[in-house]
Design a protein around this ligand. Structure first.
Ligand SMILES: [Zn+2]
Length: 208
């Protein structure tokens, strides 16, 4: 049975595989089914360790959990291509196929938005409406996702539970006062700062 995570739609596309990718910000764990990406997280980052990005690191699959007889899921290959472009040829990113996010693919097929959780709508809005180099506040994202600015706390919760880092760009959500705000509940703020600098985003110096 595919895993069901809180707040996510179930996946009907068969078993997941887990891939380890090298990247400039450390090794990434990529979980895909045959149709789309389920999760992308930093796996090499541990609390308390200093963050030491190596900018020239190519994004490659360096390990996978299950040997699938030479067959690698297309969403994994799409993710590697997209991430390599993101890290090394950023201006070309709009020309590269965006990896399919499994749970959001199901969303686009769902005709009645009332069936979709606010969290899922927030992720979809970020994916589709907030390109590289742009930032927005939690309240603005709430508005764009069809709610009121009062839902900014719920947006914060959606950011903390974002399963697909970078591709669903929760690092582009900053505070209304222009400060950077937290990443992964404040545990990975140096990663957020790096990603925003990489995208040439200007934000106010965040003392916290
Ligand atoms: Zn799936």
């Amino acid at each position: 049975m595919p895993k069901v995570r809180s707040g996510l739609l179930d996946c009907m596309h068969g078993p997941e595989n887990t891939f380890t990718l090298s990247s400039p910000i450390g090794n990434l764990e990529l979980i895909c089914c045959a149709k789309g990406v389920h999760a992308l997280n930093l796996s090499s980052y541990h609390d308390g360790n200093s963050f030491k990005p190596i900018t020239e690191t190519e994004v490659k699959i360096i390990d996978k959990r299950y040997d699938d007889n030479g067959y690698t899921y297309k969403p994994a290959l799409d993710s590697v291509q997209w991430l390599n472009t993101y890290f090394h040829k950023l201006p070309n990113l709009p020309c590269v196929r965006q990896p399919v996010i499994c749970h959001l693919m199901q969303l686009t097929k769902c005709s009645r938005s009332s069936h979709v959780s606010f969290t899922t709508r927030v992720w979809h809005t970020l994916l589709k409406k907030v390109p590289v180099g742009q930032t927005l506040s939690y309240g603005r994202l709430a508005l764009l996702s069809g709610s009121t600015a009062k839902a900014s706390r719920a947006v914060g919760q959606a950011m903390r539970t974002n399963p697909v880092m970078i591709i669903i760009p929760c690092h582009r959500v900053i505070l209304a006062n222009g400060m950077m705000g937290n990443y992964a509940s404040g545990k990975k703020n140096d990663v957020k700062a790096w990603l925003l600098r990489h995208e040439s985003v200007q934000y106010a110096f965040d003392k916290h």
